[in-house]
Design a protein around this ligand. Structure first.
Ligand code: CP
Ligand code: NVA
Length: 312
């Protein structure tokens, strides 16, 4: 049985297959043609952190596929009172057909998955946010960034940066990541990405130089400087990230028709200027909408895979 825990478990062809499915499902959705791919199925949605997009897109997505989403906040379920992850997994996965979890460490997610009888989807951990990058990929394609785009990520070496590392290194793209000193990506994850890059031909360039990184790029991407769980570090981080705001000066170094992506929520005049954000609002909000379509495809793909394994 396949889970969707990190992109490194997927081949380039599988990622492309899911995106092709997302395009088909998006077109059907726009035509108000709701195919019940997941009829009567239940998606358990466990949240140990806040969410707007992930919750709304998964809950709406599974409903449009003929199923139902159960919102399970850790504030309300026994997990939040200390029931072990592995027990939670063994209980919930006997009742639902698929689970999405947003939690802290990837290890916690992996533990859940290893005890789960049903496919598990990563709805964000401290290390990765793979469903977001699938929506980013769909958005890039829709904005014509398909021909070996040069992608650049400016900011914190966090879950988004790590997910982009996996994505670009598997797909064979050029990815430049510029972070302040001390906020670099996890070195093990960089090493894994470099190993993928050797196979795919991807070019991964890691630096502390945002201006150099942005030069001639097709896709510029950033994320908050203060991820969930890091709130106490805000004051120090804001100082340390001085010079890393994506603004019109920085964007002027990219290609003229470059797109700007942000997974959201965005903090104006910190990681992105108000002007740059609003100039690229169409890209950013298409990206947000694409969470719905990309995740529907992920759920259908996992379900198809499970069914084909059951037949075998
Ligand atoms: N981008 C994203 O995952 O948003 P939420 O935190 O609102 O789910
Ligand atoms: N890096 C951010 C992403 C939010 C969607 C966080 O983990 O809070």
């Amino acid at each position: 049985m396949r889970h969707f825990l990190t992109l490194k478990d997927f081949t380039k062809d599988e990622i492309s297959e899911i995106i092709t499915l997302a395009q088909k499902i998006k077109a059907q959705t726009k035509d108000k043609h709701f195919v019940p791919y997941l009829e009567r199925q239940t998606l358990g949605m466990i949240f140990e952190k806040s969410s707007t997009r992930t919750r709304v897109s998964f809950e709406t997505g599974v409903y449009q596929l003929g199923g139902i989403g159960l919102f399970l906040s850790s504030n309300d379920i026994q997990l939040g009172r200390g029931e072990p992850m592995k027990d939670t997994a063994r209980v919930i996965s006997r009742m639902v057909d698929m689970v999405m979890i947003r939690t802290f460490s990837q290890d916690k997610l992996n533990e859940f998955a290893s005890f789960s009888k049903v496919p598990v989807i990563n709805g964000l951990t401290d290390e990765y946010h793979p469903v977001q990058v699938m929506a980013d990929f769909l958005t890039m394609i829709e904005f014509g960034k398909v021909d070996n785009p040069i992608c650049t990520y400016i900011g914190d070496g966090n879950n988004m940066a790590h997910s982009w590392l996996m994505f670009a290194s598997i797909m064979g793209y050029e990815l430049r990541i510029a972070t302040p000193k001390g906020y670099e990506c996890n070195s093990d994850i960089v090493a894994e990405a470099m190993a993928f890059a050797k196979i795919s031909g991807a070019k991964i360039i890691i630096s502390n130089n945002p201006k150099e990184a942005v030069k001639n790029s097709d896709v510029i991407n950033t994320d908050t400087w203060v991820s969930m769980g890091q709130e106490e570090e805000k004051e120090k981080r804001v100082k340390d990230f001085n010079g890393y705001m994506v603004d019109e000066n920085l964007m002027s170094l990219a290609k003229n028709n470059a797109i700007f992506l942000h997974c959201l929520p965005a903090y104006r005049d910190y990681e992105v200027s108000e002007e740059t954000f609003e100039k690229h609002a169409n890209e950013i909000f298409t990206q947000a909408e694409n969470r719905l379509h990309a995740q529907k495809a992920i759920m259908v793909w996992l379900d198809n895979h499970r069914k084909s394994e059951e037949i075998r």
